[in-house]
Design a protein around this ligand. Sequence first.
Ligand SMILES: *[C@@H]1O[C@H](CO)[C@@H](O)[C@H](O)[C@H]1NC(C)=O
Ligand SMILES: *[C@@H]1O[C@H](CO)[C@@H](O)[C@H](O)[C@H]1NC(C)=O
Ligand SMILES: *[C@@H]1O[C@H](CO)[C@@H](O)[C@H](O)[C@H]1NC(C)=O
Ligand SMILES: *[C@@H]1O[C@H](CO)[C@@H](O)[C@H](O)[C@H]1NC(C)=O
Ligand SMILES: *[C@@H]1O[C@H](CO)[C@@H](O)[C@H](O)[C@H]1NC(C)=O
Ligand SMILES: [Ca+2]
Ligand SMILES: [Ca+2]
Length: 513
Amino acid sequence: VINMKTSFQFACLIFLLPIQKSAGSSCAFTGACLYNINVHHCDKHIKRSLTGSDQRLCPCSDVTTHQNQHQNLSSWVGTINTTFQHVRAELVGLKEELKEKSTELVAINLRNKQDNATLQRYNKETLTTEIAISNERQIWFKERDRLQYELHRIITESQVCQQVTTTSSSSHQGSASDASIVLFCDFETSGQCGFQQDHSDDLDWSYGHGTQSSSTGPKEDHTYGNPHGHYMFLDAYNHASRHSSSTTSTTRLISPELPASRGYCVMFWYNLHGADVKTFNVYAKIHGGMGNPVFSHTGNLDQDWHLAKVYLDSEYTTSPLSLVFEAKTDSHKTYHYSSGYSYYHRYGNIAIDDVYVFNSSCKSIPKHPSDSHPRVSINSTSYYTFHSTPSSWFEAQTACKKESPYSHLVSVRSREEQEYIVNVIKSTEDLTAAANTGFFTSGSDDRAEGIFEWTDTGTPYPVTYSNWQPGQPNNVGSNQDCLLLQYPDNDWTWGDVDCAEKHPFICEVKQTI
Ligand SMILES: *[C@@H]1O[C@H](CO)[C@@H](O)[C@H](O)[C@H]1NC(C)=O
Ligand SMILES: *[C@@H]1O[C@H](CO)[C@@H](O)[C@H](O)[C@H]1NC(C)=O
Ligand SMILES: *[C@@H]1O[C@H](CO)[C@@H](O)[C@H](O)[C@H]1NC(C)=O
Ligand SMILES: *[C@@H]1O[C@H](CO)[C@@H](O)[C@H](O)[C@H]1NC(C)=O
Ligand SMILES: *[C@@H]1O[C@H](CO)[C@@H](O)[C@H](O)[C@H]1NC(C)=O
Ligand SMILES: [Ca+2]
Ligand SMILES: [Ca+2]
């Protein structure tokens, strides 16, 4: 770069010289002298000042020197010229390059614009496609749901068909299930079906109903699932109030005697809830001896009812026997030094309800009544039986329980379920007469007026889907606590009625898959 600059300064020098001569003005450059010599102005009669202040003349004796200098200068000029030529060439090259680049840029710009336009078009097309896909998806989802529904319908139909086939064939054979109930107790009668206290133990089982406390016992009994239902239980609280020492106490409840048999399947619902629940045992008492437990569970479970299934083979049943339900609790006394009082740790209930004894193996007990109508849904199947004998809500609950350990009054949890039931009612001739007076369901607002709950598990849960007739529930006479599929003219919309009224009813066995 420095070389280039120097070259240009010299170039300037060369071009300036003729201009200064013609203008006749003073010359600030030493190069002016050189010029005069070169053009032979250094004569005797031409001795004029070249610069204003410096009256310097050009002696001709200097010619040789100047000529040398001239040669030097010429060679510099040559060099400069060459350099200049190079620079020029380079510049031209650069210019060409720039031109090319510019052309390229224009082309790129054009392409960019085209690309941009294409991009915009693609974007638009993508959006359109997305909308189209989403619409398609909606259509397919609908189609999938429809097919799923169809599938369920077909499965249901095939099951009905199968059932008809098996029912007709089994009625010929007459031996599909020869299990029959030897003992059933829902503890709703004051005699408690002949169950007895064992008087040799520490204390008695209590006969109770409803909720004992939020941290002990069931929410409701298992049969009715509302405050009217009863169950037997050991209350740790009762125990502790009798005993001041910190020991485990035991209580036993003895069933009526069962005759000798080939074998018994024993089923019952139990509830172990509370911190002081210790152990729950069931024994087969034969000739006064209890042997080892045939069923046992230790420790707190939860607020729900659980089903126990025990098979007693001929080793137990060749002689008459009784079932013994034994509960143990672990309450204890705590002394508080600060207050000087003793406190009892005594929170736990062991409860039983709905006891069944069948004269068969547990395997041969049908999972649902053979004449039921199945409804298959995504993750469960419900089996319904329709009963036209007018019964109070309580009688109906017990009738359903007697039908199967898994059965209860129907709980209508969805529109699909309501529609299925309505379809069966409409398509079954036998029900036409009964249908006019409505069907009881498990719904009850006995626990809190106006808040209806399904009671089928003994742990009531809220009615979420509902299908009330306009104006219902209206609690006429402040005495309507039971949910009836009441209005046949309106596809059996719901109403509340007195639980003591007698109506047909529907039982359900719900099996989750
Ligand atoms: C010409 O230039 C050379 C080197 O650039 C220098 O040595 C020489 O003295 C110059 N001649 C004159 C007459 O100035
Ligand atoms: C400079 O170079 C060009 C071409 O190479 C030539 O025509 C011209 O006469 C040269 N000028 C001088 C002062 O040497
Ligand atoms: C591409 O098009 C959009 C919208 O027309 C515009 O805003 C953007 O400046 C364009 N870009 C180019 C590189 O042309
Ligand atoms: C159960 O009892 C019923 C009625 O008494 C009887 O018909 C059936 O054969 C008995 N079943 C078994 C397995 O003993
Ligand atoms: C059964 O499916 C329903 C939705 O179809 C869902 O809400 C429910 O939680 C499922 N139940 C179980 C036990 O998976
Ligand atoms: Ca009960
Ligand atoms: Ca009513």
